[in-house]
Design a protein around this ligand. Structure first.
Ligand code: ADP
Length: 494
């Protein structure tokens, strides 16, 4: 019982009340607006130069490529115009030597070669026709380029690489326009392809959902709850006050279609409230941040996304395991009994409980889901993943309580971001229904994640019962379908 009482006290530390949610939403809207007005703010609110979203009637064949880390993916997407599409794709690992090549030419030549091979296999006719010189430039494939590294985007198909991450290191590429680099190598090979758009994965999610969402309804937000968290949404162009200053810095009017009066904004909400004015901050959050590679940065993401929830849990469990009072401590049961077999709980010295990042967020999903007798599944998972043998049922109950508290807090924080965008755009007033597309393992697999978001929506002043008019749907394949759709709108706005 003592353990349960202590676990309850810790659970209370993760409580994120209705009042907290409302405070969070207010601050979120304030930071959104600040980010639209000037540059260098906490939430970057980056204009993407995408100025319309699809409604599912679009047609055509488009190419999409995705360079995000280990693999390079090439695909072609055929939009059937009835919210459906078909997709062909190839995927190759990027050779390590190219990740650290001397010149960008070596890497981008490799990428262009993959596109050539893909066209030869999947679009032979078009490829051959082009070889014979009978493909007009207007018939070139438009390509959407998902490039998941920090870029300073200055046009729909123009963006300068700020720095490499994820093991890439080609100094010479820094500062260069990555679309230009790819186009150059495509042209050297003489392929009938135009790099039409530089794609951010959240914008891809927004576009993919908007094309596939039921009832030809256009989507307001594309949000990712995976390794990290971020969202893109449709803003009124007139509210993007900093647009002029951005264009002036680039030496004149950027090339985009302003006639729609809209601009898709990549919010970069992972860094919402880095100043910690409203975000919850338990001892476990504080320690996680202090020992992370980027203390003080991405504070919202560190409480919400898949990369971090496992680590928050690990720190909470470890603190309970190391509780000074042995009668309270977790995993220290000297005589736990399960089916009449008496055994002692043991935690292996090399248990992942003692290693930073030792617990994956999928562990939380398993425990949250567990309805088995005496939490048998949790017990087995503790054994398998953390080398904790014969945990008592009381231990497992405490673990489950903490898992639930951390997962639910993450979902309620997610509602702050989504609710903030819904309210600030005034969409509940303007539309019968507000559509949100989501992607990422956390929202896809964590049991009840959407329901906890909805529960929090109902507590937000200005949403309340209107929560029923917010539709949330899974939007897969932002870097394939989504990128193709961005290439399409880029072409149409030329
Ligand atoms: P990415 O965001 O990198 O494109 P994912 O959407 O698959 O990829 O997210 C990966 C993250 O999701 C990892 O941090 C992982 O810990 C977490 N994750 C993987 N499986 C699950 C699961 N079943 N439940 C909750 N989180 C998960």
């Amino acid at each position: 019982m003592a353990l349960e009482a202590e676990a309850k006290r810790m659970v209370a530390e993760f409580e994120y009340t209705a009042e907290d949610v409302n405070k969070g939403v207010k601050e979120f809207i304030r930071e959104m607006e600040e980010g639209l007005e000037k540059q260098g703010t906490m939430m970057s609110q980056i204009p993407t130069y995408v100025t319309s979203v699809p409604n599912g009637t679009e047609k055509g064949v488009y190419l999409a490529v995705d360079l995000g880390g280990t693999n390079f993916r090439v695909c072609s997407i055929t939009l059937h115009g009835n919210q459906s599409f078909s997709l062909q794709q190839s995927k190759v690992p990027v050779p390590r030597t190219l990740m650290e090549a001397k010149t960008s030419h070596e890497l981008f030549h490799f990428l262009a070669k993959q596109i050539e091979a893909f066209l030869k296999t999947h679009h032979k006719d078009h490829f051959e026709k082009h070889r014979k010189g009978s493909v007009e430039e207007g018939e070139f494939f438009d390509l959407g380029f998902t490039f998941s590294f920090p870029v300073n985007q200055v046009g729909i198909n123009k963006g300068h690489l700020m720095r490499w991450t994820k093991g890439f290191d080609i100094q010479e590429a820094i500062g260069q326009d990555v679309c230009g680099l790819l186009q150059k190598e495509i042209d050297v090979l003489g392929l009938p392809v135009r790099v039409a758009a530089l794609v951010n994965d959240t914008v891809g999610t927004l576009m993919a959902r908007s094309y596939t969402s039921p009832g030809k309804h256009k989507t307001l937000i594309g949000a990712i709850f995976g390794t990290g968290t971020n969202g893109a949404y449709v803003e009124k162009l007139e509210k993007v006050k900093k647009m002029k200053a951005i264009e002036e810095a680039e030496g004149g009017k950027a090339n985009y279609d302003s006639s729609t009066g809209l601009m898709v904004i990549n919010s970069e909400w992972g860094s919402f409230d880095n100043a910690l004015k409203v975000l919850p901050n338990t001892p476990y959050d504080i320690d996680l941040d202090r020992e992370s590679v980027n203390p003080g940065i991405q504070m919202f993401e560190k409480r919400v996304s898949g990369m971090f929830l496992g680590e928050i849990l690990r720190r909470a469990l470890l603190s309970l395991h190391q509780h000074p009072d042995e009668g309270i401590a977790l995993f220290k049961d000297a005589s736990s009994h399960d089916n009449d077999i008496r055994s002692t709980t043991t935690v292996a010295e090399d248990s992942a409980l003692f290693k930073q990042w030792g617990i994956d967020t999928s562990f939380l999903s398993i425990v949250e889901e567990d309805q088995s007798d005496h939490l048998r599944i949790t017990k087995q998972t503790l054994e398998k993943e953390l080398k904790i043998e014969a945990a008592s049922t009381e231990d497992c109950v405490a673990v489950k309580m903490l898992v639930h508290a951390i997962g639910k807090r993450a979902a309620r924080l997610s509602a702050v971001a989504l609710g903030g965008v819904v309210l600030s755009t005034n969409k509940l007033q303007e539309e019968e229904m507000v559509d949100i597309g989501v992607d990422g393992s956390l929202v896809e697999y964590y049991p009840g994640f959407e329901e906890y978001i909805r529960e929090a929506f109902r507590e937000i002043e200005g949403i309340g019962e209107e929560e029923k008019r917010i539709r949330i749907g899974l939007a897969k394949d932002g870097s394939g379908l989504g990128a193709a759709l961005i290439a399409l709108v880029a072409h149409n706005s030329d």
